[in-house]
Every structure is written in structure tokens, then in C-alpha cells.
Design a protein around this ligand. Structure first.
Ligand code: GN1
Ligand code: MG
Length: 368
């Protein structure tokens, strides 16, 4: 990889001194991330630098303003609570040399930078109920923090991001067009998704009935977007704030359930996917302990729909992207988006089967 654009971009941020090193970092599906060190050799400061994928985010400047606004708000909430290590519990946006929360380079690419949170990592696979609980606690704390975000709710970074009906229509469109000749291998997956469309009907009915108030949500609350202390295992911070917008609590709980209640990787289409009851219990209980007081009875009653709904959406998006030629989600190998869709479908069936058990867990946690 050629790092020189990243090195040049890093120099445009107000860092602790001269940029010393730049290395690739992490494996998000969308943006390119780098770890930057800057400042004196004796005490360099570490930063995360990101090159924004503008094919995904059509208005990176507005998104950067939103991310800065949300992070600054979280810092105010944490300061008010007397938090001693707020820099590990919320992102700290680094300003560019012109004071904006992003840098636009000569090629029209948007960059942004954050303080690196040391001694912390995210987990693509959640291997224990304890970790599932930590991840859920952090996501719930995020919901509570942004509930008081002053001003208007942030605008949607990706138009139609949570328009489930439009996503269903898009899947049919790309399947009909079959631009890459991949439809023949996806017949069973298409049929399965069509037969599970009732999940979206349930969501829309509940929204129309006013059971799901609009609130500011993270909108990408998967385990992989939560930093956890490497030593203590304590959940620390939500990252990846691009998608923060008005939505329903089901969106965040659903991504938590999707990512933290199975130990199978998101793209592992071969492993038998089971929903771990102990993980599910950990997620429900940790989430409701922290965010429960905020939620209305309608939201609570609908929580069992969250996991199936968001896993359905993920499967649908991965399959549509596979059919369209992997234009959205980065793939490390051919067929990875199809594997993701298949793995999510397996999980989806398991989550649909676990709905009643989830409802019991929600009722139990609410009674605590
Ligand atoms: C993407 O950027 P990342 O990898 O955290 C995607 C989410 C999907 C997720 C599936 C902006 O998240 O919506 O649920 O992949 N983010 C965007 O793993 O589309
Ligand atoms: Mg991410």
C-alpha cells in the first residue's frame, strides 16, 4: 500500500508534533484506517487517521461535523459525571489545521483523525457472555448519552440507510439485472429472504402504531464497533459514529444481538450457527440495566424483533452487494459477500427460532 497520501494528510491535523510513523490499522468494511504517531520520540502521541470512502458517504464533510458534534456531546456528559478517563470512553476528534473536523486533500479525498485509545481493541467475534455484556453496556450507555444530544437529530449520512422497503426493492432490482451472472447460485438465499420479509412488515406496523419513538441511535452497533480494555475486558467506547442518526432502538439492539450472541464469524458460512442463550441473556440484561429506564413499554415489547430484523437486513445487504459485484462492502476474497449473506441467513433462522426465548429474557430483565 502506498502510505504517502496518508502521511501527507496526517500533517494537516493538529497533532502533538511532527508525524513520525503511519501504519495500516483495523479491518472496517468501508473506510481505510491508519495508526499515526506524532510528536517527540520520548513521548509520541498516537492517532487514528481515516480516509473516508466517499462512494459510501456522499457528504463526508457533514458526516465529519456530525461525528465531532456527537463526540463533543459525549465528552460533556462524561465530564458532568466526573469521569476520569473520558478520553477512553468517547472518541476525541482531532481538528485539521483550518479548525475543521476533516481535511480535504488535493485529490478531493476526505480525511479525519481521532486520538487513538490505547490498550483497547474491538472483537469481530464475541467469545464469552462477559464480553457480550460489556459490548451491550457500552452501546446502551451510548444511547443514554445521545438521548440528550442538543439540537436537531443528525441527518442521515447515507440516504435511505434504514429504508428497509427500498433495500428489498434494491435486492430485487440487482437480482433481475444480474450484472455479474451470480444470480443462479443465489436462488435459495433469495427465496429465504423473500419469505422473511414479514419482519419488515412488523417493524413498519409498530412504527405506524407509534410504538417505536424516533430517537438518536448509533445505527452500526455491532460488537466490532465497541472498544474493550485489553487487560480488564471492560467495555469502553463506541466507535464508527458515521451512521448516528434518528432511528429506533431496535436498530442498535438488533446489531448487538446479531454480532454478540453467536461465536461464529460474520462471514463463516460453513460453521453451524447457534444462538448462545447465555450471550443473549447477557446482551438483554446488560442493555436493559443501562438503557432500560429510557425505553417505553412498546420499545421493550418489540425488542425480540430487533435481532431477527437487523440480521435480515444484513443478509439482504450482503446478498444485494454480491449480486451487484461487491461495490459496497469490501471483500478480501471472491464470494465473501455471498458467504456473509449465507452466514447471516443461518443466524437469522436461529434468531427467529429464539424469539420466544428472547421475549422471556426481556420480561425477566424488565422485572429485575
Ligand atoms: C459496515 O463500517 P463497518 O464495518 O463498521 C456497515 C454496517 C453493517 C456492517 C456489517 C456505513 O460497518 O451498516 O451492518 O458493515 N456500515 C455502513 O458488518 O454501511
Ligand atoms: Mg467499524
Amino acid at each position: 500500500m502506498n502510505f504517502s497520501p496518508a502521511v501527507a494528510a496526517a500533517r494537516h491535523f493538529r497533532m502533538a508534533g511532527d508525524v513520525a510513523t503511519v501504519q495500516p490499522l483495523g479491518a472496517g468494511h468501508i473506510h481505510d484506517s491508519f495508526l499515526v504517531t506524532a510528536g517527540p520520540e520520548t513521548g509520541p502521541v498516537r492517532y487514528v487517521l481515516q480516509r473516508v470512502n466517499s462512494a459510501v458517504l456522499p457528504d463526508p464533510a457533514t458526516v465529519a461535523e456530525t461525528v465531532a458534534r456527537v463526540a463533543a456531546h459525549q465528552h460533556r456528559v462524561l465530564a458532568r459525571a466526573g469521569c476520569a478517563d473520558a478520553h477512553r470512553r468517547a472518541l476525541t476528534v482531532v481538528e485539521a489545521d483550518d479548525g475543521r473536523p476533516f481535511h480535504l486533500d488535493a485529490e478531493g479525498r476526505h480525511w479525519r483523525a481521532f486520538l487513538h485509545i490505547g490498550g483497547a481493541r474491538s472483537h469481530r467475534r464475541v467469545e464469552s457472555p462477559a464480553l457480550a455484556a460489556e459490548v451491550a453496556r457500552v452501546a446502551a450507555r451510548f444511547l443514554v448519552e445521545v438521548a440528550e444530544l442538543p439540537g436537531r437529530p443528525p441527518p442521515e449520512a447515507i440516504p435511505g440507510f434504514r429504508d428497509f422497503r427500498a433495500r428489498q426493492a434494491m435486492l430485487e432490482e440487482v437480482a433481475a439485472a444480474d450484472a455479474r451472472g451470480r444470480r443462479a447460485e443465489c436462488g435459495a438465499e433469495l427465496d429465504a429472504l423473500r419469505s422473511l420479509g414479514f419482519l419488515v412488515d412488523e417493524l413498519e406496523r409498530a412504527r405506524e402504531a407509534g410504538l417505536l419513538p424516533e430517537r438518536v441511535v448509533h445505527n452500526d452497533a455491532k460488537a466490532d464497533n465497541v472498544l474493550v480494555d485489553e487487560v480488564t475486558g471492560e467495555g469502553l467506547c463506541m466507535v464508527d459514529l458515521d451512521t448516528v442518526a434518528s432511528g429506533t432502538v431496535l436498530f442498535d439492539v438488533g446489531d448487538l444481538v446479531r454480532s454478540a450472541t453467536t461465536t461464529v464469524a460474520e462471514d463463516d458460512a460453513d460453521a453451524p450457527t447457534v444462538v448462545r442463550r447465555d450471550h443473549l441473556q447477557a446482551v438483554v440484561s446488560a442493555y436493559l440495566t443501562t438503557a432500560g429506564p429510557l425505553l417505553g413499554p412498546g420499545e421493550r415489547a418489540l425488542l425480540p424483533l430487533a435481532g431477527p430484523l437487523m440480521t435480515y437486513e444484513a443478509a439482504l445487504r450482503f446478498l444485494a452487494d454480491h449480486l451487484a459485484g461487491d461495490a459496497y462492502f469490501r471483500v478480501a476474497r471472491p464470494g465473501q459477500n455471498l458467504d456473509r449473506a449465507r452466514a447471516q441467513l443461518r443466524l437469522l433462522h436461529a434468531l427467529v427460532d429464539a424469539r420466544e426465548a428472547t421475549a422471556e429474557l426481556v420480561a425477566g430483565a424488565s422485572a429485575e
